[in-house]
Design a binder for this molecule. Structure first.
Ligand SMILES: Cc1ncc(COP(=O)(O)O)c(C=O)c1O
Length: 375
């Protein structure tokens, strides 16, 4: 079984080497906000550091606050007993898969898709079933595609907004997906890590359509707290005991400092919505500029902070392309092969979770670079 490396990490390493040599680098390779945690959350962490011993801890107030988020954001009631705090969405995915499935189970997912879905499924000796999704499918899974899988997979990972495309599954399509899964006995894991980051209206939780689904989420994106390593997992009641056993053995609790800070972060609406306004402006700049760079075929960036662009007219080696662009311009991006092992050699992903000034500067540098390629 081959677990492929995340190639954007090699690009990022090179970006840091170039920076150490004195080059000015713009980091658009990773999907992480450059903003950091809301100031009030950081202030809370300072207070806690001075006052607490910080043992193993699971914050009941944070779980209650997350349950309130489901009430306020989606109108969905969540039992805090079904909620588990994790060190981000990554271990939540390991838990979600291990709690529900067994080795050999086939798990469907969209291609392109987040690199860790395929590789975590493989690491757990399950079998990824990648469904190619292009412009015709809005770069997303569809009920029709899930209906067509024969035999039905044991599970499916749904991600909306998605990484690397930012595409969102329309509410009525999500409901159809839930119906097909219920009828065919396909268990759903919904990665809702990019919820809150939408430019086209609200993103419904899968729980509105499939109350028995497993949901993962994280403080890494909307709350801008990637390095605090905190997220959560919501399981249906029948998986509570197994999840408890798994989490107790594999991970114990996430950092208590992060839990204290996250509780405060969850009420920092103004700061957090301010980030989204920055992303919105960045997205508009990118969408306006990319066609003039010759990048005319991109996935609809409905949410998250990514642009997934077809560079097939320029290269059939996205890793070499991203590396060359980084060396020439100091703009770091992610090669498509991370997200799509079949067609990713002709795609690249830009993350616009940087400042607007950085997006402007990146475009200023890329314009002549792409221009020279086209000649
Ligand atoms: C779709 C998706 N899911 C999960 C993760 C993992 O996030 P974390 O472990 O930081 O919560 C990422 C990170 O980029 C992601 O893009």
């Amino acid at each position: 079984m081959t677990i492929e490396p995340f190639r954007a990490i090699a690009i990022s390493r090179l970006a840091h080497e170039l920076k150490a040599e004195g080059r000015d680098v713009i980091h658009m390779e990773f999907g992480q906000p450059s903003t950091g945690a809301p100031p009030a959350a950081i202030a809370r962490a300072h207070d806690v550091l001075d006052a607490e011993a910080m043992g193993y801890w699971e914050s009941a107030p944070l779980k209650a606050r997350i349950a309130a988020l489901y009430r306020d954001r989606y109108g969905v009631e969540v039992d805090p007993d079904c909620l588990f705090l994790t060190c981000g969405a990554s271990p939540a995915l390991v838990l979600a898969l291990s709690a529900r499935f067994v080795p050999g189970d086939r798990i469907a997912m969209a291609r392109p898709g987040y690199v860790a879905y395929r590789n975590t499924v493989k690491a757990l000796h399950m079998v990824p079933v990648e469904i190619g999704c292009g412009p015709h499918e809005h770069y997303q899974l569809t009920a029709v595609a899930l209906e067509a899988l024969d035999p039905a997979p044991a599970g499916v990972i749904v991600a909306s907004p998605a990484n690397p495309t930012g595409s969102i599954i329309a509410p009525e399509e999500l409901a159809s997906i839930a119906r097909v899964c219920a009828r065919r006995g396909i268990a759903i894991i919904s990665d809702e890590i990019y919820h809150g980051l939408s430019y086209v209206g609200p993103t419904p939780t899968i729980l509105s359509h499939a109350p028995v689904a497993t949901v993962i989420n994280s403080f890494s994106k909307y709350w801008s707290m990637a390095g605090w390593r905190l997220g959560w997992l919501l399981v249906p009641p029948e998986l509570i005991e197994r999840t408890k056993a798994l989490i107790g053995n594999l991970f114990l609790t996430p950092p208590s400092l992060s839990q204290h800070a996250a509780l405060v972060a969850m009420d920092q609406h103004e700061v957090l919505e301010g980030h989204i306004e920055v992303y919105r402006a960045n997205r508009a700049l990118m969408l306006e500029a990319l066609p003039s760079l010759g990048l005319k075929s991109i996935a609809p960036p409905d949410g998250a902070f990514y642009i997934w662009a077809d560079i097939g007219h320029l290269t059939d080696d996205s890793v070499a392309f991203c590396e060359r662009m980084l060396r020439d311009t100091g703009v770091a991006t992610a090669p498509g092969v991370d997200f799509d092992p079949v067609d990713g050699h002709r795609f690249m992903r830009f993350s616009f979770a940087v400042s607007t000034a950085e997006v402007e500067e990146a475009l200023r540098r890329m314009r002549p670079w792409f221009g020279a390629l086209g000649r």
